[in-house]
Structure formats: C-alpha cells, structure tokens
Design a protein around this ligand. Structure first.
Ligand SMILES: Nc1ncnc2c1ncn2[C@@H]1O[C@H](COP(=O)(O)OP(=O)(O)OP(=O)(O)O)[C@@H](O)[C@H]1O
Length: 573
C-alpha cells in the first residue's frame, strides 16, 4: 500500500477529480428510482405538469451520470496508467542497481514478470480503486437507507437479503482469493519455462527435446487453464445464486405490498423504487466482493513489486569516492569468496600481485574458480574475506566510473544487444570514433567480416544476435572489450569459438596494440596461455601455482598433469 501511496502523490489532482466524478455518478444512480417513484405518483394523481417536470429531471440526471462516468473513466485511466509507468520505471531503475547476486536471487525471468504482469495487475487495481472504491460504499449505504425510507415496514427484507448475499459472497470470494495466488505462481512458472525453452532452442532441437519440453510446458499451462476455469465456474454459480436471493427478496416485497395495494395506491410507485434499491444493494455487494477478490490479486503483485523495490543492492559504490585514472596493477590479498547461499567457498586464500602491462594466464579444471576470480577483479561481486585492489585502490572504496573505465571484462558467453554493430562496440566506449571502432575490430579479427557488409559498422544485430555465428559474436565481444583501451582486459575463455589461427592472430594483435594493458586470459587450453608472462593455476578454489609455463612445468604437478593430458589429446597442437 505504501508503494501506491508514494506513487499516487504526483497525481492527487486527477485522483480528486476522478473520485468527485464517481460520487456524482453514485448520487445520480441513487436519485433515479426516487424520481421514477415521483413520476409514477404523478401519473396516478393524473398531474401532467409534474410528470413533465420529473421527466426532465430524470433526463438531466441521466446526462449528469453519463458525463460523470466519462470523466471518471478518463481520469482513472490516466492515473492508473501513469502510476503503472512510474512503478515500472522505478523497478527497472532498481534492478539496474542490482548486483549479479541480487539478480540471481530473483532470477531474470521472475524479474521480467514482476515488471510486466505484476505492474499490469497494479494498474488494474488502481483503475478499480478509482472507479469502484468510493462508488460501492456510497451506493450500498445510500440504497440501504433509501430502501428503508421508501417502505419502512419491509426493513426485514432488506436486512435479510444483505446478510444472505454477504455471507455467501464471502464464502465464494475467499475461495477465489486462494486461486488468484496460485495463478500468479503458475504465470511465473509458465514464463520461466517459455523463456528457458526459447533461449535454449538450439539445445532443445539438437537433443530432440521438443516432446519433453512441450509436455513440461503443457502440464503447467493445463494447470493454469484448470485454475482459471475453476474461477470461471465459481463465478458462474455465484451470480445465479445471488440473483436467486435477490429475486426471492423482490418476490417477498411484492407479495407483502401487493396485499394492501388497493388501500395504499402510492405503494405501487414505492415498490418499484424499493425493488430498484434492492437491486442496487445486490450489485454493490457483488461488485464490492468481486473487487475485493481482484484486489487481492493486485495486492499479491504489489507485495512482489515491493520485494524488488525494497531489496538493497548487495554491492554499492561510494558516492564520495574520487574519480581516478587507475593503473593496471591488480592485487589479491588473502581473498576468499563464497557465493550467496553456498556453503563451500569458490575461492580460498588467494594472494597475488600483478604489475601493469603483464599478461596473466589463468588455468584450472572446470569449476576451479577461474571465472569467480575474474568477476572479483571487475567487482561483479565483493570478496567475502580479504581485499582486491586495482591501481592500488581497494575495490570496496573505488569510484564506479573509474573502475568501469579501467577494467574491461569480456565474458565467457558473448552477449550482444539488438541494434547495430557500432552500438554494441560503443558500449565499451561511448565516444569511440569510426577509426577506433575499426582498430578494435582489427584487434579482435572482426574487421574482415564487418567490412564485408555494405553498411559495415551500421550492420544490424538482430534480437539475441541470431544473425551472427558463435565465433563472430566472440570477436565482436572482444572488440567491445578493447575499444575503450582499458588498463585491464579480462578475456574469460573468450576465444573458445575461434579457430586456432584466429585465436593466435587475436593474441598477437593484443600483444602489439595493447602494450600497457594488463591482460588476464582465462583458458581451458594451456596452449592459449603459453606465452603469458605468468600463469595462475587454480585447483578447487585454491591458487596452487604461479609462474611462467617453464617454471610451472618444474614446480606445479597439477599444471604439468593438465598440460600432459592436453598434449596427449593433441589439444595443444
Ligand atoms: N552464480 C553462482 N552461484 C553459486 N555457485 C556458483 C556460481 N557460479 C559458480 N559457482 C560455483 O563456484 C565454483 C567456481 O565456479 P567458476 O565458474 O568460477 O569456475 P571456472 O573455473 O570458471 O569453471 P569453468 O571452467 O567451467 O568456467 C563452482 O563450484 C561453481 O559451481
């Protein structure tokens, strides 16, 4: 609720107009039966003048109600759309401040649902609130009082009908509330399944998993349909049930009034207006109940959005930290790191110093902690123990801009964004000139294929970069990494999709053109780091060897074993 209050503040004027319009609407609805009663009495009394007078009043009232309805809808739609847009923007802004760890905790798919489906629910909640929240109580209380005033001796019919409808609607709506929570969870799951399936479409197809994937998705989708249908059934039984109660009430009223109608002819007009009020009470309870149930769905969404907005980024930058030109020196001092929720540390007791301009290879078995180490240099996570410094500055106190300018991290999986090649490369350096783009592309061995396009760097990158091969994506990703001429470049297995010749050309170009840059090359194949100044050998999260290739062959059994195994397989040919 706090979120709604905060986001509603800028729109208080529109909200006031909308609520005023709704009050007028409710007033018009309540006054209509009264006027009809007056018209009928005038007809019975054969007073043509009064019939005309009330008839005109009825017409004016209808127009007022209509205009108020339109005004209410316009303002309610405007306010609900604006609040939803603000909530969505704030959520997006918050998510941008999240660390890797924060995002992993929610999962990307789940965050997308919280920014789309949940925001839509909140928008509907606001709309409903502005259209019905004031109207329903006014209508209920007004119709209740007016019904009693119209035919006071039938008070017991009104009270009995209210009790019966309220009790049965409470039963039905309580049941529905449970289903709405379940629907939300199923929508989350459906989205995750669809996203996983489409993103991993190549795996699905190559492993012939279409049938299994379809079954998994269908089961979930069927359950969603089942819950939605059950809600539909509940509605379809609820409405006739409520109608029955109100018709019995109307029947009773007609019966009791009908007996004395000859003695009291004015009761004929009163009974029509009494019936109208009974119907208004009935609709107020039913719509109020429905609103409360739908609102419960909106409140579930609000709570999910609140969870995102209330999450503190677990990695923040000191706003007062001075912007510096960081050097390429990197130090790890007794660093240990455990992923959130994990028991076992991914890295333990890591210490080393790297000087500007050095080329450092990082090798080790799968899961030994190579990527984790690289992520600590780029400050995607903070170490659990110890400290990491870049250019002599502890990363916990570094200026964010300085760090991003100094460190460029080319990820294991090349990810490009839809747009143009130039747009993607400039993510590494917004102000890069055409010449700088060309230079970066040449280092990454991407110039050759980019220059083959008529539109060169303006060539389009499709969604999920589907129009590029794995090797081309990696080259573009490397080009993006070097275009800013970083002080520190981390290549996390970034040449794995390149043939041996291209890989060698990239390494030679890096040696030649990024001379002062400290380069960390994470590689599965030792052949990729043979020429490194030093190689760090990781094993099960521990640093078990540091030295040149030749030194490690003398000093590190683990390194020698990996090297020999790869040599035997011809991997380093
Ligand atoms: N996001 C994560 N959450 C929890 N545990 C993780 C996460 N990422 C990695 N790990 C765990 O941390 C350990 C080190 O993983 P890391 O990715 O650093 O290894 P790696 O040497 O780079 O492996 P590879 O060569 O396969 O890329 C592994 O045991 C892995 O399961």
């Amino acid at each position: 609720m706090q979120i709604l209050k905060e986001h509603a503040k800028p729109y208080w004027r529109d909200i006031t107009f909308s609520i005023l319009a709704v009050i007028v609407m409710a007033g018009a609805s309540l006054w209509q039966p009264r006027l009809l009663q007056n018209i009928m009495n005038a007809i019975i009394a054969d007073n043509q003048n009064q019939v005309m007078q009330y008839g005109i009043q009825l017409l004016v009232l209808a127009v007022i109600g209509l205009v108020a309805g339109v005004i209410n809808t316009i303002f309610a739609a405007k306010v609900s759309q604006s609040i939803a847009a603000d909530v969505r923007a704030n959520e997006y802004k918050k998510i941008q401040s999240f660390s890797f760890g924060n995002i992993e905790k929610f999962s990307a798919g789940n965050l997308v649902v919280r920014m789309t489906n949940d925001v839509n629910q909140v928008q509907q909640l606001v709309m409903m609130f502005l259209q019905s929240l004031t109207r329903i109580p006014i209508l209920f209380v007004g119709a209740f009082i007016l019904a009693l005033m119209t035919l006071p001796r039938l008070w017991w019919i009104v009270v009995l009908m209210v009790i019966l409808i309220a009790l049965s609607s409470q039963m039905v709506f309580k049941q529905m509330g449970k289903f709405f929570t379940r629907i939300q969870k199923l929508i989350d799951k459906t989205n995750t399944l669809a996203k996983e399936n489409l993103q991993g479409v190549r795996v699905v197809k190559s492993f012939n998993q279409e049938q299994n994937e379809t079954t998994r998705f269908t089961e979930n989708s069927d359950e969603l349909t089942h819950v939605n249908t059950t809600i539909g059934y509940l509605f379809s039984t609820m409405i006739p049930m409520f109608m029955l109660i109100s018709y019995v009430a109307i029947g009773a009223a007609v019966l009791f009034v009908g007996r004395g109608i000859i003695q009291h002819p004015s009761d004929l007009a009163a009974i029509t207006s009494f019936i109208s009020y009974l119907m208004q009470i009935f609709f107020a309870i039913m719509i109020g109940g429905m609103m409360a149930t739908f609102a419960s769905r909106g409140f579930v969404s609000l709570a999910r959005i609140k969870e995102v907005l209330d999450t503190e980024p677990d990695l923040t930058y000191d706003a007062d930290a001075e912007e510096l030109e960081l050097s390429g020196d990197v130090s790890f001092k007794n660093v240990a790191f455990t992923y959130p929720g994990d028991q076992k540390p991914a890295l333990e007791n890591i210490s080393f110093d790297v000087k500007s301009g050095e080329m450092i290879g990082i090798v080790g078995a799968t899961g030994s902690g190579k990527t984790t180490l690289a992520q600590l240099i780029a400050r995607l996570y903070d170490p659990s123990v110890g400290e990491v410094t870049v250019g002599g500055v502890n990363l916990k106190h570094v200026n964010e801009k300085s760090l991003r300018r100094a460190v460029s991290y080319v990820l294991q999986r090349a990810i490009l964004f839809s747009g143009t090649i130039a747009g993607n490369l400039r993510q590494g350096n917004q102000g890069a000139s055409e010449t700088e783009l060309q230079k970066a592309a040449e280092i990454a061995q991407a110039a050759e294929f980019i220059n083959r396009y008529d539109d060169n760097f303006e060539h389009e990158v499709e969604e999920r970069s589907a129009n590029f091969s794995g090797g081309q994506k990696q080259r573009l990703s490397i080009a993006r990494g070097v275009v800013g001429n970083p002080k520190i470049l981390i290549l996390d297995d970034s040449t794995s999709a390149l043939d041996a010749r291209s890989e060698k050309l990239v390494q030679e170009a890096l040696d030649r053109d990024l001379k002062g840059t400290t380069t960390f090359v994470i590689a599965e194949k030792i052949s990729s780091v043979l020429h490194a100044d030093r190689i760090l050998v990781l094993d099960n999260g521990q640093l078990v060897g540091v030295g040149s290739h030749q030194e490690l062959l003398q000093s590190s059994p683990i390194y020698t074993e990996i090297y020999e195994t790869q040599k035997a397989k011809g991997a380093n040919a």
